[in-house]
Write a protein that binds this ligand. Structure first.
Ligand code: ZN
Length: 185
């Protein structure tokens, strides 16, 4: 991923109408986590403005994971850095995937909370995903830096936090915690 795409999409104060999802995979062996660099990359959604059927980034990501056929006798940790939290439908799809693939764990670090009310209850989708074992957190400065170092073509430049990053991240973190704790739907 190039630097501008990262900055445009992962800035937590922006509102881009597209979603980018960066992923990395580690194989867990006892206490060790071995990065599998062959399964590292990013996908983006296909929007209304592009040819063909629109498709959310998470669904492209699931297609990719399924195509890898990760060994069921091993344990893997998937880490996703995603510019928006999953919508209701994507959260359901990820939940089903985790339920069917107990050898895979998932941690989602989201830059912003997707609040478009797509099917009446995007919040319950996130809670179901959490209940299926996924970790869902808001990206802090450290997470953004980890994404920068791992996936962005940074040309040896260090990650530059923007003004207000920490304050916004903290705000979103509290908002997400309220969503994940409170049963309203
Ligand atoms: Zn979605």
């Amino acid at each position: 991923m190039d630097e501008n795409t990262f900055t445009e999409n992962f800035n937590n104060q922006g509102w881009p109408s597209k979603t980018f999802l960066c992923y990395m995979v580690e194989r867990l062996d006892g206490d060790a986590a071995i990065p599998l660099d062959e399964y590292k990359g990013f996908v983006r959604n296909k929007g209304q403005d592009q040819p063909g059927e629109p498709c959310h980034a998470e669904l492209y990501f699931l297609q990719q994971i399924r195509s890898w056929n990760l060994d069921r006798n091993q344990h893997y940790r998937l880490t996703c850095f995603i510019s928006w939290t999953p919508c209701y439908n994507c959260a359901q799809e990820l939940t089903t995937f985790l339920e069917e693939n107990r050898h895979i764990s998932l941690h989602i670090f989201a830059s912003r909370i997707y609040t478009v009310d797509d099917s009446g209850c995007h919040q319950s989708g996130l809670r179901a995903l959490q209940a299926a074992g996924a970790g869902i957190t808001i990206m802090t400065s450290e997470d953004l830096e980890r994404c920068w170092v791992t996936v962005v073509d940074h040309k040896e430049k260090p990650f530059q936090p923007w003004e207000g990053l920490e304050v916004k991240s903290q705000e979103l973190c509290e908002e997400l915690q309220a969503i994940l704790r409170v049963r309203r739907c």
